[in-house]
Design a protein around this ligand. Structure first.
Ligand code: ASP
Ligand code: MG
Length: 404
């Protein structure tokens, strides 16, 4: 007998019929002889609706009140799911974050879980009751309600699995797993059966929005296997787990892209100590996340520095840089929005050589110019003109034979 945490996202509990469908799935797990603890999100669209309500009564809603408001979405679904299970003759009981003892810090709207006591969940399990836990919410030391940031129910589920020493945390969503790339671009994209936490982190942060990044970090730290599955079919899904030997057999496991990038180049920057610190310190102070940086070798005491920022931060970043260039003695600023980052990811890169060369060769063959490159142990990213994103993704997926 295993202990399984099952988490159902907003689309899976989007209406009463779907809630009944979730109840049937939970019941099947229970009937199979395993213990199950359920975590649910608010009904799809509900959290957005609540945020919009707040915006209609206040131009700058207080974050404590925001959490009080947003936590109501998950209260609705835990109660409805418990009722649905009871209606089918099962013993089930709903619990808020507070009742489960999910204790967080006080960073309202983006709180971090500090510990989970889970007493009432354990108590329910020994009584044969199925506990239904509200995702996304906790309380701080003062008993104020907190929320964990958008998509935070994934983190609730993983953290609960850790606290309960569960054997598996299954995340049910509207896709049936993690794919080798976006199937909308490459129809032959394949579902990955097993992927390492590290690869999943790279995939998640690059836009394969299946799991909240923090949930994956948590699972990796505590070594809980996480399943990604669809609540609408019986497919086996993707297992996110600790790196295993056989994962290294393939050099590349996935191709991802991010179209929302902009490149900023500062031209004619004096080539002397302290300049990079001045530029990037100033930008970082404005909470703008810089991704890639390239500095050319200087000529005549001057150099060019290029970096990328999320497209949504471009205007803000350009403004800061423009205000700064006179002070550092640079000549000018050049901006290119409409750039994309295309990346290949795989733990197998560590043991396969020539992966980067193959990537560059593939892009060259398609006549795609590479503007910037960055590499890590398990990822190679290239900045290219956005117009060629789909072409690049298809070509890379093909040349690394990911569709087979
Ligand atoms: N309901 C919250 C959100 O929409 C949390 C979640 O769904 O994971 O972000
Ligand atoms: Mg989600």
């Amino acid at each position: 007998m295993a202990l399984i945490v099952q988490k159902f996202g907003g689309t899976s509990v989007g209406d009463p019929e779907r809630i009944k469908n979730v109840a049937r799935r939970v019941a099947r797990t229970k009937d199979g002889g395993d213990d199950v603890v359920v975590v649910v999100s608010a009904m799809g669209g509900e959290t957005n609706r609540l945020i919009s309500l707040a915006g209609q009564v206040s131009s700058d809603p207080d974050e404590r009140e925001m959490d009080m408001l947003l936590s109501t979405g998950e209260r609705v679904t835990i109660a409805l799911l418990a009722m649905a299970l009871q209606d089918m003759g099962y013993k089930a009981r709903s619990y808020t974050g507070r009742q489960v003892g999910i204790i967080t810090d006080s960073a309202h709207t983006k709180a971090r879980i500090e510990r989970i006591t889970a007493e009432r969940v354990l108590e329910a399990l020994t009584e044969g009751i199925i506990p239904i836990v509200a995702g996304f919410q906790g309380i701080d030391e003062k008993s104020d309600v907190t929320t964990l940031g958008r998509g935070g129910s994934d983190t609730t589920a993983v953290a609960l699995a850790v606290a309960l020493k569960a054997d598996l945390c299954d995340i049910y969503t509207d896709v049936d797993g993690v794919y080798t790339t976006d199937p909308n671009i490459v129809p032959s994209a394949k579902k990955i059966k097993k992927i390492s936490y590290e690869e999943m982190l790279e995939m998640a942060s690059l836009g394969a929005k299946v799991l909240q990044t923090r949930a994956v970090e948590f699972a990796m730290k505590h070594n809980v296997p996480v399943g990604v599955r669809s609540s609408f079919n019986e497919n086996s899904g993707t297992l996110v787990t600790r790196e295993e030997k056989d994962m290294e057999q393939v050099s590349v496991s996935g191709v991802t892209y991010d179209k929302n990038q902009a490149r900023i180049t500062i031209i004619g920057v004096p080539d002397k100590p302290g300049i990079a610190y001045k530029i990037f310190g100033t930008v970082a102070n404005e909470n703008i996340v810089i991704d890639m940086i390239i500095q050319n070798t200087g000529q005549g005491g001057l150099t060019d520095i290029s970096f990328t920022v999320p497209g949504t931060d471009m205007d803000k970043a350009v403004k800061i840089v423009k205000e700064m260039i006179a002070g550092i003695g640079a000549k000018g600023v050049e901006v290119k929005d409409e750039v994309s980052k295309v990346s290949i990811i795989g733990v197998g890169m560590r043991s396969h050589s020539g992966v980067a060369a193959k990537m560059f060769g593939t892009l060259a063959k398609e006549g795609i110019n590479i503007m910037m490159i960055s590499t890590s142990e398990i990822k190679i990213s290239c900045i290219i003109d956005s117009r060629y994103t789909e072409l690049a993704v298809r070509a890379l997926h093909d040349s690394f034979e990911l569709g087979r």
